[in-house]
Design a protein around this ligand. Structure first.
Ligand code: HPA
Length: 278
């Protein structure tokens, strides 16, 4: 059996964080590849490197700073993950989901989750953003779920509903803010693959045919944990590259990180706008 966590273990991790902060975070944020600089906007921050938190999965990928930043943004108490862990790094799905579990025990009600993603939709242009309206849990269909193992009944149901994984009200708010600021905000379906290899042209044709608009290697496990615990979720993908549908487009992590620089200012406008309205 993969490593799973009991409620007591999760609470010990939560306790190690709450003993270092004086505020109760209400909004959680996960910043994906190349998007971590958004955390620099947090005021009065308490910064905790992931290595200092027991059991916390440490990011091993370039572009993920690996720190928890807790403080205020637009008057809201926020807990921001500057970087995340992925299944392909060798973590169990329960470890990938642990930070969200800990957020739940610390009282976080809303999770804002971001990622860098490849465009599967041929109309999407790198450097722009996509509001995630639904996901395709391909990694889960292959048998990998962060909820595998004994259910934690105190947190949620054994069989949680995923019909509205992405909160419609938060999504509409985000669209409104994008319009007000002349920011292009596509909307669509995000598909999560295990990675770390990028997709082949045949993979991408399959994903496109199955209704995906953007592809990445994260987010869906965290969203499933969030919804299991009743949190509201806002998901935004930064489109970092064209997918290699034609077989002639080479995808690289460097490209993904460079696109992040274009994406962060727009993402910051959207997230600040949402926080002001909450
Ligand atoms: N594929 C998968 N994951 C990604 C991509 C991609 O093209 N871009 C950023 N993350």
């Amino acid at each position: 059996m993969d490593e799973v966590f009991t409620l007591a273990q999760i609470d010990r991790v939560a306790q190690s964080i709450s003993s270092r902060i004086s505020i109760s975070p209400r909004i959680g944020m996960i910043l994906g590849s190349g998007l971590g600089n958004l955390a620099e906007a947090v005021s009065k921050p308490t910064i905790i490197p992931y290595q200092e938190i027991p059991s916390w999965p440490v990011s091993t990928v370039i572009g993920h700073q690996g720190r928890l930043v807790i403080g205020q943004l637009e008057g809201q108490n926020v807990m921001v993950m500057q970087g995340r862990a992925h299944y392909y790094e060798g973590y169990s799905m329960a470890q990938v989901g642990l930070p969200v579990r800990v957020m739940q025990r610390l009282g976080v009600e809303i999770l804002i989750v971001t990622n860098a993603a490849g465009a599967v939709n041929p109309d999407f242009i790198p450097g722009e953003l996509m509001l995630i309206t639904d996901h395709l849990n391909l990694i889960g269909m292959a048998g990998l779920s962060p909820l595998r193992g004994p259910n934690i009944d105190e947190i949620g149901l054994r069989f949680p509903d995923m019909s509205q994984a992405y909160d419609r009200e938060l999504g509409a708010m985000c669209q409104q803010i994008a319009r007000e600021n002349s920011i292009t905000l596509y909307q669509g379906v995000y598909v999560c693959l295990a990675g770390p290899s990028f997709e082949s042209p045949a993979d991408l044709r399959f994903l496109r045919a199955s209704g995906a608009d953007a592809v990445g290697m994260s987010t869906v496990p965290e969203v499933i944990v969030a919804r299991h615990g009743g949190q509201r979720v806002l998901g935004i993908s930064g489109i970092s590259n064209k997918a290699n549908l034609d077989g002639n487009t080479i995808t690289s992590h460097v490209e993904v990180l460079e696109a992040g620089e274009k994406i962060v200012p727009k993402l910051e406008t959207l997230i600040r706008g949402v926080l002001r309205r909450l």
